[in-house]
Design a protein around this ligand. Sequence first.
Ligand code: CUA
Length: 351
Amino acid sequence: MRAILNRRPWNRTITSRLIVGAVTIALASVLGGCAGSPSILNTHSGYADRTATLSWVLFGIATLVFIIVTVLVTIAILRGRGHDEEEPVRNGPRAEDRRTILLVLVSGAVIPAVVLVALMLIGISIEQAEAAANSTLTVEVVGHRWWWEVRYPQQGITTANEIHIPAGQAVTVKLTTGDVIHSFWVPQLHGKIDLIPGQTNTISLEADSPGVYEGQCAEFCGLQHANMRFLVIADDDAAFERWVMRQQRPAPQVVDAVDSLVFEGQQAFLGSACVYCHTIRGTSASGFIGPDLTHIASRRTIGAGILENTPGNLAGWIVNSQALKPGNLMPPMNLDASQVQAIIAYLETLE
Ligand code: CUA
């Protein structure tokens, strides 16, 4: 082979370029998306562990096939010239032809069949391990363009874009949609699962340790698909219990004599169009088109994960959410500055 390479220097250039290209592609694929919260390789559940292992197995097999094919193609290129004279017509296949047919059958049919059946079995075992998980808590998630409604039917809680779960426990998540197809994806905890009109899909979600895990809609659902995010917050048992108790409470009563700005804010909220779309339990606001705001101040983000939940961001959202998330259902509100300030003061009390 060295003699051939020396005879044709361009072949050496092509080979080295092929190798550099292959190594670059392999490194880019391996290193891209390894770190950070929403990575499938930074796993925090048994399901995600098994999925990541399957990914590595697939990657290993693909790499092996790539190397073998590259070597074979390289050999074919190097040997190609000088071997293309017309073969004389013969009677019956030669031994070399039989070897070629055997090679094609084994590498084209037998090996792929074995590999695919093995991968299918691993896939089935991942699903079976999930089906065997014991869960006592059920969370219902409804996809909306472009936010997530989150209900805890056993606890009587409704919230949005934030799913609290107790760490170390399997939780049944029932997924439906209020409009189009969405897909629920928390890369560190579970694979993607679609939310399909007229159907309820169920998964078992579990986080092995307390933490905040980022989620994302993974099925194109319109203009703000990329801004349809959510958080899964895994709490230790005591923190989860505290969260449940807090969320079960209705909004606190507001008394003018105690805090006139908050009272003014509540009056402005209840006297405006806000009440047609939002619920604040314990008040007359009982709309259900937008997120339940009974405990809005307890949430980390607004606008389905696009903004930190700060008074400034909340004010910007209320005045004109269309500037922040064009196409969402909330219209710009015609409120003066003092009304906005009072409404923010009120919403900040809804912890
Ligand atoms: Cu919902 Cu994409």
